[in-house]
Write a protein of this length. Sequence first.
Length: 450
Amino acid sequence: MIYRKVLIGFCVSQLLLFTACSDKTTKEKPIEQEQIEKKEESVTVAEQKAALPDNFFLDNRMKLAEKIGNGSVLILYGKRNAEMTVVKNPDDQTKLGADRNFYYLTGIKDPEGIVVIRKEEDEIKETLYTSKDLKQSKEISKIQTIKEIQTFKKDQGNLLTESNVLYVDLGPLERTEIQIISELQNEANKKGIAIQNIYPVLTTFRMVKTVDEINMIRDAISVTNAGIKAMMKASITNKDEKDLEQVFRKELKERNIKRMSFDPIIGGGKNSTDIHYLHNDQPIKPDDIVVTDVGAEYDYYAADITRTFPSDGTFTDRQRQIYEIVLKAQEETIKAVRPGITLMDLEKTAKSALTEGLIQANIISEESQLRDYYPHMVSHHIGLDVHDVTDFELPLQPGNVISIEPGIYLINEQLGVRIEDNLLITEGGNEILSKDLIKTVEEIESFMKP
């Protein structure tokens, strides 16, 4: 899934220089590659073992409590910000689900939920307001005080009592126009209470995945891989984007996956050059190239894979030429992925490789022309959000999961190619979590033979 320049822009790296409430270099336990459970691609969800431990959400709150001072209160809402997602109907809350920071701290998939965490004299007091079953919510979250969501209005007036700092989630751009947060801020301002954005702190936590989280992502990737292979096979006889989308949805349904991590992008011919194409309703010609950018979601953990293939199973000479340029750029960028470098370092590597390939193909003459054919970024973090929370200042570290997705789009030729894999940063470099999905020209043509 392409990083959304429409909303944030390529220069977002300059805007997201987060100012965390405390130390931004919190160290996590290193992820050792041999610790991580391997998964077979064909398993169903019923057979999958990946699950978060019982105390996962409690541990996250305890870690957060260490970052806030006495006299502080955190109020976090379950309603998700639709602008940070890629869906056809952002008003459909069932598609959006709960806010991922809210879920990360509570484990409750409730867009109406509210969690209040107060710290007084090193003692933590927690209250969860929810529209879900109270007993089940207590079991999942390990929060002892659970109340029905209707009671929040009655309690709201006392939330800032004896507090000197209010923590809220303003997101990466310090947004203050969200109504419910604005009301809190107005009340805090009247009482002289300082307001701080908790988003940067939660970002540093969520960027480093635990072994259990990584296995959740593995499961989402496994199902996604199966769906993409099914689309490759189906494209020989199904010459419509809508048909291919239905094939993908069917594969997920058969594996008991109910949600996708974003609305699928399935574009043939001229639509392969539209990086945010979501219509998926046009016919596909026999000689069209097809870009499929899709992802299953397993318990909110996302996969994000892109494969490009010829609709009739055989690349034309031109399609093969462009595909090989993109594949080489991806391979070179993947080789550069290791702890200590940044996403901007990877961007430079990808741009250099793409520029070299396009110059050799006589498409451009210098790197300044590349943006006309490569209008997005090569990488983003993946986790509870398909474009997961990111601090662009921080170098990669073990436990990060990122995408590598170079692309070339020749609009005049109705030819777009993008190849995307998901990588885990390890102590020794990286592991391609989606490596089981074919991607060379020879592999794809051999697999698609009737």
